[in-house]
Design a protein around this ligand. Structure first.
Ligand code: COA
Length: 587
């Protein structure tokens, strides 16, 4: 067992995944945010780690640290690739095969000796999606391999030598091929869209290579916006560069050979310099554009239904998993319609990257009254709580949530409102609200969590305030099944299982039993009572004296840099129980 310190810019999804995987292997992991050299050195001093891992670092580790302790850097590039825009270049250059490399920190950034490298096939998708899926999977494999090699001892990593371009060996040991190179920081110059020259394919690649950060800077009606969330339009076309339609929150812009939908923008100079739906930011200027109803071939689809046999599938890949009031209302309408079909099972698919991350904090921050909009997002007619209520009370179908991607806060509990949760391998859940300024949370979690996980586990889950892997979530009763597959293989498996669920001879008795249980639960304590007591506390969060939720939300949306690492993950900064008790008795 090793003591491993993570030195990281943030506790992001990849860091969370490695944190969980390494602990499952029996290692002890503590986390320190990379705030400055002195703080990092203090963490190393306090923890005395066997190994330091940097899963997501934006600057070099000081020599005083890597000189004494082995530091492994996770770089989202193939062996030999260097520089801060690895994935941006991979997408822009249309690489089909990419990788993650674990290398040792030394004097030169990303030029240290190579421990492991893991390849993956890319997809036509955004940088953030590639990072949350393929990169994270590859990083988990590469880091576990590197840690095992470190634990075994005597492993000599391979120095970076750009002449190793073909298979070669040294002393019988096969060397890694070095195909990557040093690439500069990608600037807005390389990203710039030339609407009169670039094909749809190039426009998509430019926007996707910068999504979620920094976005491609572009001019719309003479003002500078960063573009995100780009999708190809199949039918519409127009004069290159012209805005030709709108659909939900998205705008459609013509290219030389078609058009693209742009779902989100960030206004460079605005009062709210964070991502918002495009039509929300452009408001009156796009009101006169033709409005498109999305279908299979046209429009910006963020909700759609498909049916196969006796199973209905509802997809809702909302950008970043955030669900605003209006999105919840549209989802609820789609859910009600799904329940009216002659099917037996409804599967809530969420999206590839996230199933849901709960209420839409950016829209709340941008609202005239953040408190009112928070309240609406939870409690308006057909908003998130009504949606959860309708799912819990579904008596016509068995319901499943298929988690292709991660879920956080209210999104986890919304998923728990179904009868069964099936999660894909590697999914991370954050089943807690408290990190958002002690937000109490709603979505009937006070009913759902004890109902499925039991009182003791429910208490443990909520108090821990930590990300959870599928293994723990399963053993605590938060989810029902783990399907050890990813992407299309996961969806294929979900479809097979859902068809089987609709087809089992016991289907009717199962449905009857579920409805009976609901009746009994309702008699014991009505759902309205759970909702009322949750909302009483949420009302205090939104409108009460304590501003913690509003401050935490502001910091989250504006991405205010962290000034310390939370004690929940910085175990080296916790006072041991012994010392704590002594301090208490002295007081
Ligand atoms: N509303 C708006 N945006 C959200 C969001 C939400 N509820 N949850 C996540 N996002 C955005 C982030 O701002 C980030 O945006 P970016 O593309 O500009 O970088 C992106 O989604 C990815 O989130 P990030 O925090 O980087 O992902 P992660 O995998 O590291 O962490 C969570 C996942 C769920 C732990 C974290 O996003 C989170 O705490 N979200 C807020 C959950 C919440 O409190 N919801 C409200 C109560 S129901």
């Amino acid at each position: 067992m090793l003591r491993i310190l993570f030195l990281t810019h943030a506790f992001n999804s990849l860091t969370q995944r490695l944190y969980i995987e390494l602990q499952q292997q029996g290692h002890e992991v503590s986390v320190e945010f990379d705030i400055n050299d002195i703080v990092a050195a203090e963490a190393v001093n306090l923890y005395q780690p066997d190994l330091i891992i940097a899963p997501f670092l934006k600057r070099a580790i000081p020599e005083s640290i890597w000189d004494k302790t082995t530091c492994l850097i996770v770089h989202p590039g193939i062996a030999g690739d260097r520089g801060p825009s690895a994935l941006d270049w991979a997408i822009l250059n249309n690489e089909t095969l990419w990788g993650v490399t674990v290398l040792q920190a030394n004097k030169e950034m990303d030029a240290g000796d190579i421990w492991t490298t893991q390849a993956f096939m890319t997809r036509h998708t955004s940088k953030a999606s590639l990072y949350r899926n393929e990169v994270t999977e590859a990083a988990a494999i590469a880091v576990l391999k590197a840690v095992a090699l470190f634990e075994k001892g005597n492993f000599i990593p391979q120095p970076l030598d750009y002449s190793n371009t073909e298979n070669s060996t040294i002393a019988g040991k096969k060397l890694l091929k070095i195909k990557g190179q040093l690439q500069p920081l990608m600037t807005q110059n390389e990203r710039k869209i030339h609407w009169y020259e670039d094909t749809t394919n190039i426009v998509l690649r430019k926007i996707r290579s910068a999504d979620g950060f920094p976005g491609v800077l572009d001019d719309i009606f003479g003002r500078e916006y960063y573009l995100y969330d780009a999708h190809e339009e199949q039918q519409l076309s127009g004069k290159p560069g012209e805005l030709i339609a709108r659909c939900g929150g998205a705008i459609c812009r013509a290219t030389i050979d078609g058009a693209v939908w742009i779902g989100h923008l960030r206004d460079k100079q605005a009062e709210h310099p964070f991502k918002l739906p495009a039509t929300r930011l452009l408001a009156q200027s796009v009101k006169s554009l033709p409005e498109i109803e999305p279908d299979q071939t046209t429009g910006y689809r963020d909700i759609w239904y498909e049916q196969e046999g006796e199973v209905g599938y509802l997809h809702f890949p909302f950008y970043n998993g955030a669900m605003g009031t209006e999105q919840c209302q549209r989802l609820q309408r789609a859910y009600t319609e799904a329940c009216q079909q002659e099917t037996k099972v409804i599967v809530l698919m969420g999206g590839t990257d996230f199933w849901s991350n709960g209420m839409h904090l950016n829209l709340i921050e941008a609202a005239e009254s953040a408190a009112d909009e928070s309240w609406n997002n939870i409690n308006a007619i057909n908003a998130i709580n009504d949606l959860a209520l309708e799912i819990i009370n579904t008596n016509s179908h068995l319901t499943v949530a298929a988690l292709q991607g991660n879920a956080g806060a209210g999104g986890v509990f919304l998923a728990r409102s179904v009868d069964e949760i099936w999660a894909s391998q590697g999914v991370i859940l954050n089943p807690h609200y408290k990190d958002m300024g002690n937000l109490y949370g709603s979505e009937y979690w006070t009913y759902l969590l004890p109902r499925y996980a039991g009182e003791k586990n429910a208490e443990h889950i909520i108090q821990a305030r930590l990300p959870m892997g599928t293994k723990d979530a399963l053993s605590l009763g938060l989810i029902n099944e783990v399907i050890e597959k990813k992407g299309t293989a996961f969806i294929k498996d979900v479809k097979k299982r859902a068809a089987d669920l609709a087809d089992v001879p016991a289907y009717s008795s199962r449905l009857e039993y579920k409805n009976k249980c609901r009746e009994v639960d309702e008699q014991y304590k009505p759902l309205a009572n759970y909702r009322k007591s949750e909302l009483d506390k949420m009302h205090m969060n939104f409108f009460g004296f304590d501003p913690s939720y509003h401050i935490a939300r502001y910091n989250f949306v504006y991405k205010v840099a962290k000034s310390r690492t939370p004690l929940t993950i910085a175990r080296h900064r916790r006072i041991s129980p012994l010392v704590e008790n002594k301090t208490r008795s002295a007081v």
